[in-house]
Design a protein. Sequence first.
Lengths: 334, 509
Amino acid sequence: MSNSSTTIDRQKGFAGGAELFRVRQIPDSVESKPVSHVAADPPSVNPAASKAYYFWLMMPAIIVLAFISIYPFFWMIYMSLHDVDIGKVEWNNFENFTKLASDTRFLMGWWLLIQYSVMCLTLQLIIGVFLAVALNGSRWEKVLVTTLLMPMMVAPLVAGMVWYFLYNGTFGWYHWLFQSLGILGAKSILASADTAMLGLVLVDVWQWTPLITLITLAGLKRVPQDQLEANMVDGASPLRNFVSVTLPNLYPVLLIAIMLRFMDNFRFIDSILVLTGGGPGNATKILPVYLFEVSFKFFKLGRGAAIALILLIVTIILGMLLVRIFDRQQPKKA
Amino acid sequence: MFSIPKNAAYQRINRRKFLELGGGAATALGAGGLTLGLGSTITRSRVQAASTDDAKWKQYAGSKLVFMSENTPPSFAIRDNIKAFTDKTGIEVTILTDDLPVVQQKVGIDLRGGKADYVLNYVQDKPIGSPFADFYADMTPMFGDETLPQDPEGYGDEAWFPNFLSACGRFYQKGKIIALPYDAAIACTFYRQDLFEANSKDFEAEYGYRLEFNKDSTWQNVIDMAAFFKKAKEAGKDVPYGYAQHQGSFAWTTQLDIQRFLFANGRWMDWNIDDVYGSKEPGKTNWGDESSIAMLGKFKELADVCHPDNLANGTLELNTVYQSGNIAMQTQYHEFAASIEDEKTSRAAGGKTAYAPCPKGDPKWIKNGGEAVNGTNCGIGGIGINGNASDDLKRAAYIFAIWSVSQENQYNVLKGLGGTPTRKSVLEREDVKKAQQRPTHMPNALTFDPVYNFGIKDPNFVLGPKIPNGNEYHSILAAEVQKCLSNEQSPEEAAKSIQTQLDELNGAG
């Protein structure tokens, strides 16, 4: 608070009271600069490193990556163009690819994979976002989120085994429940070509919806409260608030969640192998399961490599599309 | 408080040096673990033909072998008793067991990759023998090798039950044996005698013959029985379903289920090839012919009156359905009798179950002019030696192989865990003969009469088809038949679709 009788003069101290208070004299040149500029840089302990130094630091990681990722990738491309057997690798005029065009199991595998991924993603997004909104800020948020995360911590193979027993027509508890509720008839869910896929989707939804919930919850914490409050002051209902403020702010995190889950679905086989092995008939033989069969049951490594390469290329293209959509959602920098 | 010497190790080693040493040690441990952890190793003392028997058994003392096997009773029993082998030979054997599909993948990668991480393999005839036969060592040179120990009963066909050696040991070329019969799963009929007796009058009133099962019972009778039980159950009577098939996710047991049915009716087979040796070029398939379409129609007729979970029940699940009292009859592998007769876990135990040969074909159904037989098939698990292994490793592995299939071992497995012998001499033991009648302490022995004295003998037994593309054939067949049973396609469409795919698979399109 200023005092009318004793005005402060930086150069002279208190007018009329210089003896009473001694004011530290700070030069303007110092005060106008940020502190960091004022403080002298401490002498560097490490001398400036050369590019070669960093290159050698990264070398072990590059070698490991080359062995586990880059080399197999190029080897896969090479295999996809050949008939591969022990001691025999023969060029086959792109036959591995051309034959796939008439392979009904390959084509059906794509169709089933799309069905499976769309069903899983849709249900996981709806349930995951709903759960996140319900849990956000609730008194039990931490406890419930921890509980919800448990399925994610189960190995997919183990999850498959657990659900296999739950679905079992002889002693499965869920089978009994579904029958008691009139959802299922005499057949268990995995015994019919009409319902087996649904059985697999339920397992995926159970296991991976918590991931969507977790990501969405993180996104919800970043929704600007002032926008929400302003909207509410303007009389918006909670639903309107969610649709016009929360959801647009969630787009980036939801896109990341979608990308993670769809990439997972495109390489997923663990619990399907345990639950149905792709049957009944080929009703659940999604492309990754067929790829596994071709490579490690039929040992047609060239054909398997061709399927894997196509699957990889499609995954990359879809991933790039999602990243592009993601980029469009980002606010433009000035 | 403590006196620290000036030259203490930690003072002489700086942080950088410590990290270098740690990294080096970790690398060495990792590499060493990879080298020694799994692989087989060999040490040898020279023996002559005139050496003592003991010296021949012990010539590879100090060696280590790895045996990759299916999780079946013989492997568990041998693992429990492996000390006896190590004491006799000085060889250490690590027995790894897993589900058959996993075993198939692991040994497949090992064999085709030119490796010998698993020097001994469980060679199940269809999923492992057919596709990988060329990668196994020929055992015949070792049979007569005087510098190796030999089983006094020998290894010829006469030592084993009929067709067993051919099923798991002979593939594509004469004179080569790739595996010795280690365990066996032979199909036979398990049925609930108590339920058959209780419902006989009602059945007879409806169908005009008694509800009983014997070696002359046909597949038409099975359809009648399954239909009768289903109808009674759906009418609210306290009875289980009548029958169920092996139509779950194991493609090769699904193939066996279909094969039994088609072979019984005119000895129909998928290809016109040698049933013992098979063929690498089987040519055009018989699928799509009049017999296959008609039989698939009958197979569907049976499926329609089966337990509703027919398409989810693989072999293990089917046995569980029977154990839990939910079906009155199943065609099942005789190794499962031990679990059926276990009163702690089975509602079908305690003398309720009777065992008979597989159902017979119905002469009225036959279209190809063949005879009606009790079509019986099998999964014979052999023990084979990886062809990529060194000569000494093969010889050491041979010593284990002949020990594991010896009469004494098979008898112990039968007595202990309920195994299924492959050597004829096991059945000649007095207590095994006695065990074939109730009460018995060897429940699998209850199946021996219908299986060993009837089912596995010609003309009932079918071994093949042995083709290199066996696993893809099983997969195609299982998928198309299951689609037919799910009403997704007609029997004719299914048979034609199988024909097209198999001919393309074998380059005979």
